[in-house]
Design a protein around this ligand. Structure first.
Ligand code: SAM
Ligand code: SF4
Length: 330
C-alpha cells in the first residue's frame, strides 16, 4: 500500500485530530474571554467520519494518532471513539492532549479504551496565576488529574507549558524541578503567534535557549539522545538526579520543519498540513457526498503533496494564522 510522503520526501505518519472546537477554559493565548464563534454542530465531523479518515490514513502509513481540540474531553462519546481508533491495526501510538480539568474522572476509562499516553497543558503551578491564564479556577483538578493519569499508567505523563515573558517565566525552575520528584516529562513550548486579541507580542516571547540558560544556571541539564537527531520536536534533557525529563520545543526559534511528519484534521473537516499555514484541503464536502474511499485517499495524498517545506514565522512575510489553536488543534 502506498505511503503518504510529501514533496520534500518527508514520510507523514502522524495524524492529529481535533475532535471539537469547544473548550471549558479560555486560555488568554488561545481564545478570547467570550470564546470564539463556534461551528454549528452539524458541521463538526461525526465520529464515524473521523474514523473513516483515520482508517484510510493508517492504511497509508500513519502510525501515530493524537486527539486534541478545543478540549477533547468535553466531546460526548470520546471514550468510545478512542476504543474504535485503538482497534485500527497499525496504530502504534494513540495519545491525547487535554487541559486536564476533567482528567481525573476520565483517566481510567481512557486507559481502558486503549489510550496510551496523555499530554496535559499546564502553564502555572500557582492558583491565582492559573486562573489568570486560563480564566478558570481549576488548578487543583488538573493536579489531581495528573496524579490519576500517572497512577493509571497513561504514561509518560507529559506536561505542556507555554512560556510567556513576564507572565509565567518566573516559574520555569519550579516546573523543571518537578522532574526531580515526579516522572513527568515537562515540555516547555515557545509562545506562538496566533490571532487572539493581539495577545501575541514579540516582546512576550522567550526562546528555549534563554530558558535553557535559566535552568542550567541552577543545575546543568544532561542531554538525552542526540539533540541534533531528534525524532520528535522536543530536545530532551534531564537533571542527573531527575526521575522525569525536560523537553524544549522551539517552533519559533529553531523550527523542526525538515523532519515534520504531521498532518492535522480540523474539527470541521479540513486537512491542514502545517500548523502555521491557512492553506487547507476540505475533506468534509467529499465525506458527505457519498464519495468512495479512493476519492478520500486522493484528497489525503493531494493535501500531503501541498505540505509546505517550512513555516516562515521568522521572516517578514509571516502573518499570524487566521484560525486559533483551539480550532486547528495544537
Ligand atoms: N485543550 C487542550 C489543551 O489545552 O491541552 C488541547 C488543545 S490546545 C489548543 C493544545 C495546545 O496548544 C496546548 O498545550 C496549548 O497550551 C497550546 N497552545 C495554544 N495556543 C498557543 C500559542 N499561542 N502558543 C503556544 N502554544 C499554544
Ligand atoms: Fe482550551 Fe486548550 Fe485553548 Fe486553553 S489551550 S483555551 S484549554 S483549547
Amino acid at each position: 500500500m502506498s505511503k503518504l510522503i510529501d514533496s520534500y520526501n518527508r514520510p507523514i505518519d502522524y495524524l492529529r485530530i481535533s475532535v471539537t472546537d469547544r473548550c471549558n477554559l479560555r486560555c488568554v493565548y488561545c481564545m478570547p474571554a467570550d470564546g470564539i464563534p463556534l461551528t454549528e454542530s452539524e458541521n463538526i465531523l461525526r465520529y464515524e467520519e473521523l474514523l473513516r479518515i483515520a482508517t484510510i490514513a493508517v492504511r497509508h502509513g500513519v502510525t501515530k494518532i493524537r486527539l486534541t481540540g478545543g478540549e477533547p474531553l468535553v466531546r460526548k462519546g470520546i471514550v468510545g471513539f478512542i476504543e474504535e481508533l485503538a482497534k485500527l491495526e497499525g496504530v502504534e501510538d494513540l495519545s491525547l492532549t487535554t487541559n486536564g480539568v476533567l482528567l481525573k474522572d476520565f483517566a481510567a476509562s481512557l486507559k481502558k479504551a486503549g489510550l496510551k499516553r496523555i499530554n496535559v497543558s499546564l502553564d502555572s503551578l500557582k492558583r491565582d496565576r492559573f486562573q489568570k491564564i486560563t480564566r478558570g479556577d481549576f488548578l487543583s483538578q488538573v493536579l489531581e488529574g495528573l496524579e490519576e493519569a500517572e497512577r493509571i499508567g497513561l504514561t509518560p505523563v507529559k506536561i505542556n507549558c507555554v512560556v510567556i515573558k513576564e507572565f509565567n517565566d518566573d516559574e520555569i525552575l519550579d516546573f523543571a524541578l518537578l522532574t526531580k520528584t515526579k516522572p513527568y516529562h515537562i515540555r516547555f513550548i515557545e509562545y506562538m503567534p496566533f490571532e487572539v486579541e493581539e495577545t501575541w507580542q514579540k516582546d512576550k516571547y522567550i526562546s528555549t535557549s534563554e530558558l535553557m540558560k535559566i535552568i542550567n544556571s541552577f543545575q546543568e541539564l544532561i542531554p538525552l539522545g542526540n539533540p541534533e537527531k531528534r525524532t520528535g520536536p522536543a530536545k530532551r534533557y534531564r537533571f542527573k538526579d531527575g526521575i522525569g525529563e525536560i523537553g524544549l520545543i522551539s517552533p519559533v526559534s529553531d523550527h523542526f520543519c525538515s523532519s515534520c511528519n504531521r498532518l492535522r484534521l480540523t474539527a470541521d473537516g479540513k486537512l491542514r498540513t502545517c500548523l502555521f499555514s491557512d492553506d487547507e484541503v476540505d475533506i468534509k464536502t467529499a465525506l458527505r457526498s457519498d464519495c468512495t474511499d479512493k476519492e478520500l485517499e486522493d484528497l489525503l495524498f493531494n493535501a500531503v503533496r501541498k505540505k509546505p517545506e517550512r513555516h516562515n514565522i521568522n521572516e517578514n512575510i509571516f502573518k499570524k494564522c487566521s484560525r486559533t489553536m483551539s480550532f486547528i488543534g495544537g
